[in-house]
Structures are given as structure tokens and as C-alpha cells.
Design a protein around this ligand. Structure first.
Ligand SMILES: Cc1cc2nc3c(=O)[nH]c(=O)nc-3n(C[C@H](O)[C@H](O)[C@H](O)COP(=O)(O)OP(=O)(O)OC[C@H]3O[C@@H](n4cnc5c(N)ncnc54)[C@H](O)[C@@H]3O)c2cc1C
Length: 474
């Protein structure tokens, strides 16, 4: 520990860098950016649109790379391990027959080494638990989260980044910092400044019914047989039920059943966490494919009023430029790259961005922040874009697999969550590759990323090519 390091709440903070960072958006990505920036010695504040902490949402799966630095935050790590759900994974036919029990996540197999050192990373957490955990850690470190601040536009000059904020009382204000991080989600207003154009959101052809049913609403109303079938596993289950052109993720824990049912959309759903529909709507949709597991249907029929989100799965083509031309504004998480849920990576990649960006800024040091954001962008884009594509591949697989063949040969279910995804440590990667990537960014020296699939050279792609494959396979 150097003489200028300090310790707060058991977290060691590296010596101050003098770099000021303003994070816009207090979601999962924004909060982790603030925490890791604090740990790396930067000065950081968060501006959030909501008037107070919003814990709406259901289940989130976050892979080990997102927790690569969790061991440095001992109280937060303890909370994470206490509140996560160490469920076991399995594939099912939609009629209710088990195809294969896979159990542990691969990164927890005996002998596997993942990037979240000293942390047990289970399959599942809830968004409310993660949001509380990150917010409480910010509070304990003295990081200010300023609620009721909506970013309207971004700008910069040679000396500072600028964001115009609309306040709850109707006034506007300008806030400045060395670096502004636009972590304001899929509807970010940063594109005009960062890329010079609006990014179009297009339909991916599907929508999702999702929500939680608390256990106290379920247990007393279900038959003994249903209870036995769904609630007898001591660890709980993460089940994927597959049918033609739709699938259901059902997560069964000691506290709730979480459901996420992907279906072909017909224009009714919205990209909003507040677009609620009733249990009857969900049942009607399920019954379009006759023969769903009647006991699962019993559970779905107990969805509480106004609790089911009907979320349209929109898509934005991968766009490679996350840092503005001047380098002082940088997009992070969903604002830079949105994910289909079938990639299982939206929150993970937002957290990876956070860890990478804070590290690059420390490696660059005060005065070279504008280069750091571009180096971070160069280190991350190809990896993220490659993982985005897995969402399409996984969905195609689940929606078009021959269930009889899969029952006979479960190895045909080749979901894409390979080791190169969950062994990656974004902090170490940034440290090892910063100098070479900086030479690439500043004077065009050759540089090849090694954080993607081994032996594969990145090929740009877009939604039109992926949707074309979808049509071919129907
Ligand atoms: C309310 C909500 C519920 C969610 N629930 C789930 C879930 O159950 N399961 C799941 O897999 N994923 C969920 N997600 C999405 C998931 O959290 C993200 O896809 C992922 O974690 C990436 O995080 P992010 O920080 O980039 O974006 P987000 O988590 O979307 O965070 C963006 C943040 O920016 C704030 N914001 C937006 N616009 C502005 C603005 N103009 N100015 C200031 N602040 C702004 C938002 O209020 C939000 O806090 C949810 C997101 C939200 C916002």
C-alpha cells in the first residue's frame, strides 16, 4: 500500500489521480463505474433521472467478469453472496418433460477458473438486490448519487465535458467534469454528440413477458403435485422450457418464481419496464402453442395484477464508436450496446465496461483522459459486438431445435456461453494491453484484441444479416 492510498469501509482506494468523472445514469453500469472509479483514485459523482432509487425489475444473471473486482469490496461481496440464488440449470420440453439437468454453471465446475477471484458466482440475482447493493456501497464510500437529474444533451470543449440537465422543478443546468460517462441506458441522448447521428432501434421480431411471483402468493394455492414438481429442489432451479418459436425461462427460488417468456411480437409490447399486462394476456399467448405443462400454467395464472412487464425486444446495430471525437464523453453499458436477453450478458458487459474504463483512466493519468476513453473503446468493442451476436444464435437454437432429437441427444443444445466469455478479467486485460492499444489509437500501430473467441478474427455484422438467418431457419 502506498502512502497516498486510503481505506474506507474495508475498500482500499488507490492514490488520487485528480481526474473528475461525472456518471450519468445510476443503473447497474453507472453505479459500478462510480465504485471502480473511486477505487482507482478518481473523483466521481452520479446524476440519475429517477427521483429516488428505483429497484423495479426481476432477475439478472451476471457472469464472473462483471465481478472481477468484487473481492476488493468486502461488505458488498458478503451481501452479494448472501442474496444471490445458487440455482441449478436444466432444459425442458414445453409440455413439462425434463430434457437435461446441467446443474452448475460451467465456471463453477470442479477445476474451472473464472475471473471473479474468491467469489462464488451463482446463476442468478435480482435487480433489486443488485441495485441496493451497489447503491449502499456508494453511500458507504461517500459517492454522491444526485437524483432527479435528466440528461438532455452532451457536449465538450478542449478542457471539459458538459452535460445539460433538466431538473425536477423544470429548470435546466449545465454540469461539467474531465470525463462524462453516458450510462443512461438504451434511450441515451448521447448519440448526437458521440457519433453525430441518432441510432435507430429496430424490432428483433420478439417480445418478452417477464416478472416475479412472490412465494407467499404461490405455495398455498398450488396442488401438492405442483409443489413437489417445482419446489422440491433445495437449491432452486433455472429451467428453460423450449417450444417452436418461443421459450420460457423459469427461475424457482426460495423467495419467488421469476418468469421470462419470449414470444413473436405483434406490435403491442413496449420498451418499458412499466408496460404491464395481466395473467390472462400471458396465458392466451402461451395457449397459442397448445400443450404447455399444466402445472407451469397453474403457476403463470397466479401472476399478480399489473406486475407482468411486456417488453419489446428492440435491437440497435453494433456501433463501434462509444467515445466522442474529442474523447471527453463516453457511452457505457446499454447506451453503447444493447443485448438480447438470450445472450445472458447485458448487465455483465455493462460491468466489464465500468471496470475497463476506470482502469484505462488510471493508466492514462490526468491530462491524457481523452486518449483513455478511446483506448477503452478499442479494447472493448469487438468483444462486446461478438457477444451481442450470441443472443441471436441462442434464440435461433432454442426456437427451432427438434425437441425429439434434443431429448435423445441433449448435447445438440449448444448454448453459447464459452469459457472465453467468463474467464476474462477486464482490469487485467486493460493493464496488459493499454500501451499497445494506445499506440494503435494514437498512431495507427497494429493491434489485435485477444479477449474474443480464440483464433477467430472479428467480422463486422448487423441485424439484417442475423434476421436473415432467422427467416432461413423457420
Ligand atoms: C427499471 C429497470 C429495470 C430493469 N430490470 C431488469 C431485469 O429485471 N432483468 C434484466 O435482465 N435487466 C433489467 N434491466 C436492464 C439491465 O439493468 C441493463 O440491461 C443492464 O444492466 C445494463 O445496465 P445499464 O446501467 O447500462 O443500463 P440501465 O440498467 O438501463 O440503467 C440506466 C440508468 O440511467 C437512468 N437514465 C436513463 N435516462 C437518463 C437520463 N436521460 N438522464 C439521467 N439518467 C437516465 C435510468 O433511470 C437508469 O437508472 C432493467 C433496467 C431498468 C432501467
Amino acid at each position: 500500500m502506498s502512502s497516498t492510498d486510503s481505506v474506507v469501509d474495508g475498500v482500499r482506494r488507490l492514490s488520487p489521480t485528480g481526474i473528475s468523472i461525472l456518471v450519468v445514469g445510476g443503473g447497474v453500469g453507472g453505479m459500478m463505474t462510480a465504485l471502480e472509479s473511486w477505487r482507482q483514485g478518481h473523483d466521481v459523482r452520479i446524476l440519475e433521472r429517477n427521483p429516488k432509487l428505483d429497484t423495479i425489475g426481476d432477475c439478472l444473471g451476471i457472469l464472473p467478469p462483471g465481478w472481477s473486482t468484487l473481492r476488493f469490496f468486502p461488505k458488498m461481496k458478503e451481501q452479494f453472496e448472501r442474496e444471490s440464488y445458487d440455482v441449478e440449470f436444466s432444459f425442458w420440453r414445453y409440455e413439462g418433460r425434463l430434457i437435461e439437468h446441467r446443474g452448475e454453471a460451467e465456471w463453477n465446475y470442479p477445476g474451472a477458473v473464472h475471473s471473479a477471484k474468491d467469489v462464488r458466482v451463482p446463476w442468478m440475482e435480482t435487480r433489486s438486490s443488485i441495485a441496493n447493493m451497489l447503491t449502499q456501497q456508494c453511500e458507504r464510500l461517500g459517492i454522491k448519487v444526485e437524483y432527479g437529474n435528466t440528461a438532455v444533451s452532451y457536449d465538450e470543449n478542449e478542457n471539459e465535458a458538459i452535460v445539460t440537465i433538466a431538473k425536477l422543478d423544470g429548470t435546466t443546468a449545465k454540469e461539467t467534469a474531465d470525463i462524462i460517462v453516458a450510462a443512461d441506458g438504451v434511450a441515451t441522448t448521447s448519440h448526437e454528440h458521440v457519433t453525430g447521428r441518432k441510432v435507430r432501434a429496430e424490432s428483433s421480431g420478439y417480445a418478452l413477458y417477464r416478472g416475479l411471483i412472490p412465494m407467499d402468493l404461490l405455495k398455498s394455492k398450488l396442488s401438492a403435485a405442483t409443489q413437489e414438481k417445482f419446489f422440491s429442489s433445495p437449491r432452486g432451479d433455472f429451467r428453460i422450457y423450449m417450444a417452436t418459436d418461443r421459450h420460457a425461462n423459469i427461475i424457482i427460488t426460495r423467495d419467488f418464481v421469476c418468469y421470462a417468456i419470449t414470444y413473436k411480437e405483434d406490435g403491442h409490447s413496449k420498451e418499458s419496464w412499466r408496460a404491464a399486462v395481466s395473467a390472462d394476456d400471458v396465458l392466451k399467448r402461451l395457449n397459442e402453442t397448445p400443450g404447455w405443462d399444466p402445472e407451469l400454467v397453474d403457476i403463470i395464472s397466479l401472476i399478480p395484477e399489473k406486475s407482468c412487464v411486456d417488453w419489446t425486444l428492440l435491437w440497435r446495430d453494433p456501433q463501434p464508436q462509444w467515445a466522442s471525437k474529442g474523447g471527453r464523453v463516453v457511452q457505457l453499458g446499454d447506451s453503447a450496446h444493447s443485448f438480447l436477453p438470450t445472450s445472458g450478458n447485458g448487465a455483465t458487459q455493462a460491468l466489464e465496461d465500468a471496470l475497463s474504463l476506470a482502469t484505462c483512466l488510471r493508466l492514462a493519468g490526468k491530462g491524457k483522459e481523452q486518449t483513455a476513453t478511446k483506448v477503452h473503446n478499442a479494447l472493448r468493442f469487438e468483444r462486446v459486438s461478438t457477444i451481442q451476436k450470441t443472443g441471436f444464435a441462442n434464440r435461433r437454437l432454442m426456437h427451432h431445435i427438434d425437441l425429439d432429437a434434443a431429448e435423445a441427444h441433449p448435447e445438440l443444445i449448444t448454448m453459447t456461453l464459452p469459457a472465453w466469455i467468463w474467464t476474462h478479467d477486464p482490469v487485467e486485460y486493460a493493464k496488459e494491453n493499454y500501451a499497445a492499444a494506445e499506440a494503435h489509437v494514437t498512431n495507427g500501430a497494429p493491434f489485435k484484441n485477444t479477449n474474443g473467441p480464440p483464433g477467430v478474427t472479428y467480422e463486422p455484422w448487423d441485424i439484417a444479416s442475423e434476421m436473415g438467418k432467422e427467416t432461413l431457419s423457420t
